[in-house]
Design a protein around this ligand. Sequence first.
Ligand SMILES: Cc1cc2nc3c(=O)[nH]c(=O)nc-3n(C[C@H](O)[C@H](O)[C@H](O)COP(=O)(O)O)c2cc1C
Length: 201
Amino acid sequence: MGKIKLNPGTMLNPVPVVLVSCGRGEEANLITIAWTGTVNSEPPYTYVSVRKDRHSHGILSKEKEFVINLTTKDLLYATDFCGVKSGASVDKFREAGLTKEPSSIVGCPMVAESPVSLECKVRSVHEFPTHDMFLAEIVAVQVREELMDKSGKLRLDKAGLICFNHGEYMAVGEEVLGGFGFSVMKPSTKKRKQQEAKNKK
Ligand SMILES: Cc1cc2nc3c(=O)[nH]c(=O)nc-3n(C[C@H](O)[C@H](O)[C@H](O)COP(=O)(O)O)c2cc1C
């Protein structure tokens, strides 16, 4: 059987699903975002694409900063909740049971319960018909201490991260299928890597 041609659409899957915090003090809000990604390595650039009618759109336009908080299985309920309720009528930090933690550079809080928070400063806004893309520099990265192993390596595989796959939240599996560049690795390097992976467990 061959492929069936569908209408053009946003069919890139899976995508990240993140909790974006924005706004200062009492105005602090959370918005669930799937339209995000990496744009540049050095300096590190990312973006969030936000519909113009979102409450958070006004905050982002005014404050020009936000925090991307990675989401986990433990944060699943909060992630969905913050994506269906508006900060215009609900204090989402309180209702979702999340803790505001001061960021190191930007004025909006991080989500304490998130394993990794990326503090971002908006460098430009790109307008599209439905969404505006807030292109931002990642100015600080905050990682929960317990995710660092004894050798100082970040163990994101232990974080219980989730992603968004065609309308559904899915756990990022624990099965490692291969490391970066495995397809061209020398057998001796492959053996060493496999041993390292075993020792890690
Ligand atoms: C899984 C998921 C992903 C979402 N991704 C986006 C997105 O990328 N951009 C966007 O504008 N809205 C997105 N939304 C919708 C907003 O999170 C939602 O409208 C939210 O209630 C807006 O909050 P606010 O009014 O407090 O800004 C998403 C919702 C869910 C559940």
